[in-house]
Design a binder for this molecule. Structure first.
Ligand code: UT7
Length: 322
């Protein structure tokens, strides 16, 4: 039987920060509203960095943390909704920049659930016996798609990348992963990101931005988050008492708080770093896992569930032992 485990993690955020106070200078909002409704105090945003840049620095840290050689990596998957190009993908560009072997690389798009989708694919590709060591990344520059005039969305997002090295193992550590989607809910959270294509009016080409029906997404998130946790517990014959932590997608502290209450799980064991980064989409989960490990909140031998939801709508969760 082939099992998998985490060998190392890393994360990276751009140096420029945008505080809630900064936002009030160009949009009708307040620090009080943003903190009380979301838990966000500031976010990091790119100036001239690309998604590939953020992914590159997170990957270097994960490779270092895993204490492996770059030649050991035989699979690279990047989850992103903000690739630098339509093609080639961020993963292709990274293969060259990281000087990896000429391995299989690809990007996937499952919005904020993207990292868990990518982890699921890498985990199963290793368990098939065909691959040995995967670099899995969630990287986003969502603020490039943000409409800075729309207070409903612009206060929420930030830029970041998180990376994880997983490998074949004799110990069963990445125990179970589930993913789901519902495309009939596409209008709740969407970014068409299209330009006007009529050549006669091409001169006024304009970019579409993120559109979200926040309260509908909130309802979905507070339902799917506990459901995914319970599904993972049931499938693996364990209970909440067996978990040291839940590391949820950092979209809104109120969503995490409501999920904890509905699960009857202590909020002290729900990892939180949203106040510093905002919602970083596919980067949110690996950034949170990396911070939880590096700050010794998650320790070797700990069991945790990581869970995410996002545009699509999509969702996913993983049961992992460190
Ligand atoms: O990554 C995945 C997906 N995204 C999410 O998980 C987001 C899920 N949704 C949410 O987190 C919340 O719905 C929001 C944070 C987006 C909004 O919070 P809410 O408590 O649902 O507020 P609301 O949309 O019901 O708006 C309440 C009021 C409205 O004013 P009126 O109509 O009551 O006068 C909004 O116009 O708050 C107003 N508002 C703001 N006020 C100040 C909305 N955004 C702002 C703002 N500053 N930034």
């Amino acid at each position: 039987m082939i099992y998998t485990k985490i060998l190392g993690t890393g994360s990276y955020v751009p140096s420029k920060t945008l505080t809630n106070e900064d936002l009030t200078s160009f949009v009708d909002t307040s620090d009080e509203w943003i903190v009380s409704r979301t838990g966000i105090k500031e976010r990091h945003i790119v100036t001239d960095e690309s998604t590939t840049d953020l992914a590159y620095f997170a990957a270097l840290k994960a490779i270092d943390d895993a204490q492996i050689k770059k030649e050991d990596i035989d699979l690279l998957i990047v989850a992103t909704v903000t690739p630098d190009n339509a093609f080639p993908g961020v993963s292709n560009l990274l293969q060259a920049r990281l000087e990896l072997n000429e391995i299989m690389t690809f990007d996937i798009n499952a919005a904020c659930s993207g990292f868990i989708y990518a982890l699921n694919i890498a985990d199963k590709m290793i368990k098939s016996g065909s691959y040995h060591t995967a670099l899995v990344i969630g990287a986003e520059t969502l603020t490039r798609l943000t409409d800075w005039r729309d207070r409903n969305t612009c206060v929420l997002f930030g830029d970041a990348a998180g990376a994880m090295i997983i490998s074949k193992s004799t110990q069963d550590k990445i125990k179970d992963i589930i993913c789901g989607s519902r495309g009939d809910t596409d209008d709740l959270l969407i970014c068409k990101n299209t330009d006007i294509k009529d050549p006669s009016i091409n001169a006024i080409s304009q970019q579409d931005h993120i559109h979200m029906k926040g309260s509908e997404v909130f309802k979905f998130a507070t339902r799917i988050l506990p459901k995914t946790v319970n599904d993972l517990l049931d499938r693996n014959g364990i209970t909440l008492e067996d978990l040291n932590y839940i590391v949820a997608h950092q979209a809104n502290e109120r969503i995490i708080d409501k999920a904890a209450r509905d699960l009857s799980f202590s909020m002290d064991k729900m990892f939180l770093n949203i106040s510093k980064y905002g919602n970083t989409s596919a980067a949110s989960v690996p950034l949170a896992i990396d911070e939880a490990i590096k700050s010794n909140v998650l320790k070797k031998g700990d069991k945790f569930i990581t869970v995410a939801f996002g545009g699509g709508l999509t969702w996913g969760g993983a049961l992992i032992e460190l």
